[in-house]
Design a protein around this ligand. Sequence first.
Ligand code: SIN
Length: 362
Amino acid sequence: MFRPKRRLMLAAGAALFLASAGVNAQAPAVAPGLANVVILATGGTIAGTGASSTTTVGYTAATVGVQSLIKAVPELAKVANVTGEQVFQIASENMSNEHWLTLAKRVNVLLAQPNVDGIVITHGTDTLEETAYFLDLVVKSRKPVVLVGAMRPSTALSADGPINLYNSVLLAASPEAVGKGVLVAMNDQIQAAREVTKTNTSTLDSFRTPELGMLGYIQGSKPFFYRQSTRKHTVDTEFDISSVISLPMVEIVYGYANVGPVAVDAFVAAGAKGIIHAGVGDGSLAAKVVPALKAARQKGAIVVRASRVGQGILARNGEANDDELDFVAADTLNPQKARILLMLALTKTSSTREIQRMFYTY
Ligand code: SIN
């Protein structure tokens, strides 16, 4: 089993590498016996500031730099040799396919270095689950990758960012996290990238894996794992983004009472190669939308039936005859994660049979 090496010599090599890459890494004081963890900062509320200590909504995300985040938690030095790199400084609603490709390539480069044992990515919570799942499918390493955010800005009373950051660094430094796929550490809980979702607009316990359950807890500066996601991830996927410079256009159409064909038609006219239909219930299709989806498929777009419900298996050939329509069922993936898998699937194939296999594999 791979175990993170407790290395003594991060500073020179990593700092030179990062400096030549034009990023703001800072060589830390290196403590013997500790794992080397790189924090890649992307913005979000964990790096946000509000007008006062009681401002917990209406603050500005993505204002505090990575070195300040690290300095705010001196306890990090007890659990890992930490370096920081500001990859982006954005609110996560602005996360794009291009950001994902840049981030994933950086993660793969860093994890290929023997002097990096794990990565923490600080991120806005709004699309954190999407970035986590994207990385889960394209990171080519068994070393820990942990995403972390905060529900309260750094200036708030009882801000959750510092403890979440501390927990995520100790998780990324821990042998127990090796080979578990991309993880999310929020609110003392460890969640799997594929299954976790943001469930509340503002409470600290927003990140949950309803029904299937979280992987474990972080307590007393130790991770405790109780289960594992069974789907393939990281080194066991077929996706290689090393030479990918853009991802195919895949859009999400929402199902609701009185829905019509306008959104599907517009996305296809705009060049969508895939449509995720976030249907009502078990992915039901309104009669007025079916002709638009059929036409989309005839024009070559892949149609994936997902559900807006948020829990449960989308039954293939249940609420629609997927075999006849040549559609794909999303299994348990929520629409936003189905979009990610479909984009990656389309980098490999346009066969609906193959894409359906991928939805039952990842
Ligand atoms: C964001 O997603 O960037 C803002 C909200 C948050 O981080 O909680």
